[in-house]
Design a protein around this ligand. Sequence first.
Ligand code: NAD
Ligand code: UD1
Length: 337
Amino acid sequence: MNILVTGGAGYIGSHTCVELLNACYDIVVVDNFDNSCMKAVDTIKRITGKDFPFYEVDLLDRENLEKVFIENKIDAVIHFAGLKAVGESTQIPLRYYHNNITGTLILMELMEKYDVNNIVFSSSATVYGMPKSVPITEDFPLSTTNPYGSTKLMLEQIMTDAAKANDKLSVTLLRYFNPIGAHKSGEMGEDPQGIPNNLLPYVAQVAVGKLEKVHVFGNDYPTPDGTGVRDYIHVVDLAIGHLKAIEVRANEPGVHIYNLGTGNGYSVLDIIKSFEKACGKEIPYVIDPRRPGDIAECWANPAKAKRELGWEATRGIEEMCEDSWRWQSTHPNGYNS
Ligand code: NAD
Ligand code: UD1
């Protein structure tokens, strides 16, 4: 099976490409390097010892994206490409809507034209908005609190409508919780531009000495230690979830929705402690006010993915922190180290 991976040079996409190649799928990768670089593509090739066609193309560039479909017989698409920074999306919402929505519309129009009827989409737990309780199941009410989240929810709706109108189309919406960790080799990991917004890359950069201390956003939440609780999932477990979605759901028309999380919640202080253990250093932190828009607790009930896809996360929090540290300590400046 030949799979088009959009955003395949990015954090989750690159790890998924490695797992796809290791499982002997053929892949074609498209990325515009808005938030990634060619070194990530070279690393995928080096880790797997396999070659594949890569196109530096923007999804908004219909003409050049069409060439990818003309030059390759595509069987399925895993669609990672998109802008993902919540804070930035509130400052430049139109760019987020244009990139994420228009880019996906062009992709799906070309899929229709070239009779490609399988798509797996990177959605997010952000579509649950402020969930009333945890753990979260797929049938919880949906809402959003920022333009980034709204692009995810709108795209879920667009893909659902497309599947209703095309009885051959299979859409799998994967709602990720909090991906962290890195490839075991230490050669591939998350490479955020500038100061990281998310907790794990921030902690990792404090550990390596690039940042001074972690700012813990609030310790007065109704959680065991007062800090926010999240469902952190190893990026390789997440990557494997995509393979399962393709194996089980490709060619099964309709809309299939799964939470990809571990079902366990860890607090900000739990993460700092686990990372200290992994790196063998103390990680300084201060307690700051809550970050606007944050919720106290968010973790998945991943039972549906286990039942229907035969998938479950197997890597624990220690392994997530150890793998992050291996990548961060050997690549303090990411792929430019
Ligand atoms: P990432 O930024 O590392 O990867 C996204 C890739 O898409 C980048 O390489 C970027 O250059 C590319 N891209 C963006 N717009 C493009 C366009 N118009 N044309 C071509 N390429 C384009 O992000 P990631 O963490 O790997 O996330 C992958 C997907 O998963 C995103 O859609 C993101 O919203 C979603 N997601 C991520 C998380 C997370 O915490 N990382 C959580 C939930 C959902
Ligand atoms: C963020 C996004 C969410 C996205 C998810 C996965 C926001 C508001 N939400 O969620 O849309 O789906 O990433 O990518 O950005 N924290 C600190 N200090 C820091 C950073 C974070 O204490 O420097 C805390 C947060 O308050 C939270 C936890 O760490 O309790 C995790 O934060 P983060 O990594 O940003 O992820 P989410 O907020 O879960």
